[in-house]
Design a protein around this ligand. Structure first.
Ligand SMILES: Cc1cc2nc3c(=O)[nH]c(=O)nc-3n(C[C@H](O)[C@H](O)[C@H](O)COP(=O)(O)OP(=O)(O)OC[C@H]3O[C@@H](n4cnc5c(N)ncnc54)[C@H](O)[C@@H]3O)c2cc1C
Length: 433
């Protein structure tokens, strides 16, 4: 199953995180002409995003496999649209490109969920993963006082990372209850890998208080963050700090899958045991099918890559393990479900859509996402509803609208150039600047 045109792939993988790298490596090892495209200049996705010297061993392993198998990496290339089935439109610094495929693996990962509270748009209030990414890119954090808050297993992971890089992590505020966390801990029994990760994080965070039933209610400061007020077990406490790293678990990036017509349920792309979506020739792996961590992302990626390249027997051999890990994803979802109290954090003048400066009070009058979009421009800014969409879903129970192309803001000249697309320059998988 090979074709000779340079950017016409047997298997094209969108997203070079763990799921995408595993998919590309397995597809190429099975003989498929494979392309791996990512908007970032380095492979690794969210978890393995790193500076030049700092690539974790597991990431190196998958990069090496992709390289040895002859995967063609297209770095700094963002997929924005589908021209027609079998042909994606992508954009890079060099212009607009057409990427042809026989089989497509969507491995577009997830992003953080933000919830609005007074002061959440103040300078130095950041997403937990966002602050970690900035530190990985060189933001000096040595000696800075950081309060980590929100919900989900990312919080302790980020806290440990920031501490290793010299931050003074003041505390971790987790909105879930102790009961929820205890139930979740029970599900980890028997999963030695995950238990040892928890124990390791505990060791890396000595003397850092972990508060359950806790969340930020206000961030204040004169232009830049100076203090955060948290609610802890019903009591308010104000803490001076330099950064608030705050994220409320993750939401999957399903826009490309939706654009292609893939079915979703409860926000996640629906796939069968071999990661096939309802659209023929389109597979999906990793966080868009459920937030389940790096182990599941790697496994789903491998299954998708093998199945997409036609090695069904090898793909089927991996499915038993993925079922076990998918159960873990369900437990995660339940344990870190958002409590209703968080719906009342925003005040009337708190911004909800920060791209278009739309306050909670202006949104309250609307009955649906569509009405808020048409009449108040909610979700019409640069993030295209990626931030305020999941927020308004939680606050007002609004169902998200249909996805319109391009799925990311694209340059006018690059859209106009679609008729005359060029092929992006291939690179090695690891990337660099
Ligand atoms: C901000 C953040 C930080 C995280 N940090 C940690 C951590 O420290 N430890 C941990 O255990 N887990 C962390 N996670 C969770 C971790 O990402 C998952 O467990 C898992 O690794 C996801 O793998 P993936 O391949 O599904 O997605 P990702 O790793 O998210 O990879 C998806 C890739 O797709 C690319 N992409 C998306 N859309 C397009 C497009 N249209 N065109 C081109 N490229 C595209 C993205 O740039 C990204 O590189 C983090 C998650 C997030 C959102």
């Amino acid at each position: 199953m090979t074709s000779n045109a340079p950017f016409n792939f047997d298997v094209l993988v969108v997203g070079a995180g763990p799921a995408g790298m595993a998919a590309a490596a397995r597809a190429a090892e099975s003989g498929a002409r494979t392309g791996l495209v990512d908007e970032n200049f380095r492979a690794g996705g969210q978890i393995w995003r790193s500076g030049c010297e700092d690539v974790p061993a597991e990431a190196k392993f998958w990069i090496q496999r992709c390289t040895s198998a002859g995967v063609m990496a297209l770095r700094g290339v963002r997929v924005v649209d589908q021209l027609k089935p079998g042909e994606l439109t992508a954009e890079s610094m060099d212009g607009t490109h057409k990427l042809g495929y026989q089989q497509l693996v969507i491995a577009t990962g997830a992003r953080e969920r933000f919830l609005p509270f007074p002061g959440w748009t103040l300078l130095n209030v950041m997403g937990a993963g966002g602050l970690q990414a900035m530190v990985k890119s060189g933001l000096p954090i040595q000696g800075k006082r950081v309060l980590v808050a929100g919900t989900g297993p990312l919080l302790p992971a980020v806290a440990a990372y920031l501490r290793q890089h010299g931050a003074r992590v003041l505390m971790i505020c987790e909105q879930a209850s102790w009961l929820s966390l205890a139930r979740f801990a029970i599900t980890l029994i028997g999963q030695t890998g995950k238990l040892s990760q928890v124990m390791q994080l505990k060791k890396e965070l000595p003397h850092v208080p972990f508060l359950a039933n806790s969340w930020p209610v206000a961030a204040e400061g004169n232009e830049v963050l100076e203090r955060v007020t948290i609610s802890h077990g019903g009591k308010l406490e104000t803490i001076a700090c330099d950064y608030l790293a705050c994220g409320f678990h993750l939401v999957p990036n399903t826009e490309l899958a939706a654009l292609l017509g893939c079915q979703s349920e409860n926000g996640y792309v629906q796939v069968d045991d071999l990661q096939r979506t309802n659209v023929p020739g389109v597979f999906c792996a990793g966080e868009p099918t459920g937030i389940g961590g790096v182990e599941l992302a790697l496994l789903e990626g491998q299954i998708a890559g093998l199945a997409a390249s036609g090695d069904i027997r090898a793909a089927e051999a991996l499915t038993a393990n993925s079922k076990k890990l998918k159960n873990f994803a369900d437990h995660l979802q339940r344990a870190f479900q958002l409590r209703k109290d968080l719906r009342s954090l925003a005040k009337p003048d708190t911004l909800v859509c920060r791209c278009e400066d739309i306050s909670y009070a202006r949104l309250e009058r609307h009955r649906s996402w569509r009405s808020a979009k048409l009449q108040a421009r909610c979700g019409m800014g640069a993030c295209q509803g990626r931030i305020c969409g999941p927020t308004t879903q939680f606050l007002f129970n609004w169902a998200p609208d249909s996805v319109r192309p391009p799925i990311f803001p694209a340059r006018v000249e690059s859209l106009a150039a679609l008729a005359n697309c060029r092929e992006p320059a291939p690179q090695n998988v690891v990337g660099g600047h």
